[in-house]
Ligand binder design. Sequence first.
Ligand code: UN1
Length: 495
Amino acid sequence: MDKAKVYKNFINGEWVDSVSGHTYENRNPADDRELIGLFQKSNAKDVDSAISAAESAYKKWRLVPAPKRGELMFKVAQRLMERKEEISRDMTREMGKVIKETRGDTQEAIDMGFYMAGEGRRLFGDTTPSELRNKFQMSIRQPMGVCAMITPWNFPIAIPSWKIFPALICGNTVVIKPATYTPLSVVHFMEVFEECGIPAGVVNMVTGTGGGVGEPLMHDKRVKLVSFTGSTEIGSRISSACAPDFKHCMLEMGGKNGQLVMDDADLDLAIEGALWGAFGTTGQRCTATSRIIAHKDIVKKFTERFVERAKKLKVGNGLDESIDVGPAVSESQMNTVLEYMEIGKKEGAKLLCGGGRVTGGDHNYGWFTQPTLFGDVTEKMRIFQEEIFGSVTSITTCDSLEDGISKLNNVIYGLSSSIYTRDVNKAFVAMRDVYTGIFYVNAPTIGAEISLPFGGTKSTGNGHREAGKQALDVFSEWKAVYIDFSGALQKAQMD
Ligand code: UN1
């Protein structure tokens, strides 16, 4: 029998059990025999306590000078650095991606902490001359109150950090619901906040399901903003839940990212990029390269060499440093991916490598899928159009740059894209004409850094961006301030 550690909710600075009295199991996707821990299966009452705590903490936190809030963020980032290895190992255990990548995930949270710590001394607004005499005007940012966050399992600490740090630096307080599959990473994040002396109630975490925790969170009138990363289907539900109260909502959803490979590309580089973009994180990134659009003159060479390399990728437990590709996060995620492999076969795409589950030995205890490539993929196929979120990618041929760009754009999503070419003119045309939120030249579709805005067009999002200074626009509201020191009534647009 497993001796399971029980992890609690973090509400008002205390570690507490859910009032439901229930917990749920979190198991290692690379080895289902390993129980990571038991986590609180929380309900609406727990959410209510967390929101109350955040609401009352907001009264003081919003008045803490932003540079002081920044100092605390700096301490948190430093502490995350000290605990990086331990946090990353636990992340691989609960989520599956390989240890090098979970170190990157933790690093992304550290980067965001330092970045937002610096923002504590900026949070710039504008001053601009008035039309009138003896009148001063400026814009300042004001915090909003309690911000709710619903975060995904694929970046278990990086994405929570994209939301928590900017929210806090702007003076808001937070209630976070971590993904059901990856609560431990956010537990560690909360521990770090606690170790660094965050005042009680400023950050709160409630674990559990979407129905039990997410629903009450998104419907509560005391919550001023919901920031969500996850599926388009849930994003749409959140958007509707927020609409009646005009609650702000920031949605970061699906992707169907494409890499364009032109006939003049450095093929080795393009193959290296495509392999990493498609199979890094087992393809479980919103930014994953799930389409390769290759020029007809190089498609054969590209495909042969890609397949040769893909077959050599080692799939297994991500704690083993020699492994390239970890498991799917769960059995159901694995089944979705396997289903798409079948869909691809049925709709007439050519299976070039992979195409099924990895089994045998210890693999039988985990949710492993083969790195898979389909060729002869056309724009109408579901594997061209739909987000898969797994170790499957596809190749489609294009005749020209224009044809390639049109194919890249021909999906409902608009998160990331890339072009491999040695021709600067082609790179600039693609930069202008590909309609995505992120665009790379001679680099894969994954690998965004925290100092630029992250997000997408079309069904990927609702117009907001995370990270960069743009994140501040999500977590604060502008106030235009006019100060008339003329001593007389001056009438704008009339005097
Ligand atoms: C995601 O795919 O959900 O740009 C986030 C990247 C990472 C973040 C990905 N820095 O690939």
